[in-house]
Unconditional design. Structure first.
Lengths: 199, 199
């Protein structure tokens, strides 16, 4: 039996979603067609709308539906602090803490010469310009704690130091609620090295 | 920080997919916007197209983009055998075996009075009509081996028997490649009861 071509096309298209293979795509398309056609219509519209209207902020490369994002436009935020993150979702995680009042630079990836991702692709020229404008007093590196993330952070740190601006990175240590038993030795070593005197 | 409304809308819309919660939806939308906008556009079109063009076959309720599905239209298939399945994906699994040459009736669910799913919702009136036309010699019940599936099969069996047409159900037993150690006792009991003489 040949599957109707419209269904086949939908199955193929659903596989662009991360973590969705042939089996899951089939399950999703059958669910939508059988139980939720209205939802499928809404999803189709939301996808087209988002692809058309979501662009990257001209200043920090965060997602936005204007030219510059809400954070860069907000004049209550401290423009002298720039936090460097890999993805918009990392930015959202930091925003969710409600503790940080500076601005951001979103790399949209990490250095990966083999994949053709160099400083230009990470928008480091944009970051340079912002630092050179003279307003910036500190750059906080909040890249992932992976080999690639650390390498990227190291590269950016060298660049920023050359411009005589302070650089810092997030503290590494025991996570809240983490039992020492379950913390890996590398994290524990960092926590020891970074121990703080109690007042 | 407020998330751009177009992004928010996409996150909400993605949750209509089965097994996709808030976290996965966020990951999906960021992936699409960051790495695969072309894929997102294709998906939007495929969704609209499928919702518009995929309908249920007037005879067997399978998915089709015509009035009757390819199986019902195919005059090489044996119209005297009707296999009753719960969903189009069950139908596709049976088709994949390449062993069955009859036609189908797709219930699109199972009996569930509390959810308002009765014989009418399962298209049993359609099935009755086909049986009454006189061509049918056997109805094969291939509903799921769950309580609901079995109850539905029992109900249909009563109806078909009343019309003096043979009814059968799929064999229950040890699956191929299944080690006896790992087969549950209920399946094993069925396999014992249904044992076959070796020639």
């Amino acid at each position: 039996m040949k599957i109707p071509s419209a269904l086949n096309r939908l199955n193929e298209a659903l596989r662009c979603l991360p973590g969705v293979g042939a089996k899951t795509a089939g399950r999703m398309s059958l669910h939508l067609l059988q139980n939720d056609r209205a939802g499928a219509r809404v999803l189709a519209e939301a996808l087209s709308h988002a692809v058309e209207h979501i662009v990257h902020c001209a200043s920090c490369r965060n997602f936005t539906d204007n030219e510059t994002c809400e954070i860069c436009c907000d004049n209550r935020r401290d423009n002298s602090l720039i936090c460097v993150v890999e993805t918009p979702s990392d930015l959202m995680s930091i925003e969710a803490t409600g503790l940080y009042n500076g601005v951001y630079h979103v790399l949209l990836g990490h250095l990966s010469p083999l994949d053709g991702v160099g400083p230009k692709q990470l928008g480091l020229d944009l970051l340079d310009e912002r630092i050179k404008s003279g307003q910036v007093s500190e750059v906080i590196l909040a890249t992932s704690s992976t080999v690639e993330g650390e390498a990227t952070a190291h590269y950016i740190a060298q660049q920023v130091k050359a411009m005589h601006v302070a650089v810092s990175s997030l503290a590494r240590g025991v996570p809240m609620g983490g039992e020492l038993d379950y913390v890996d030795s590398s994290t524990l070593a960092h926590a020891f090295k970074g121990r703080r005197p109690l007042e």
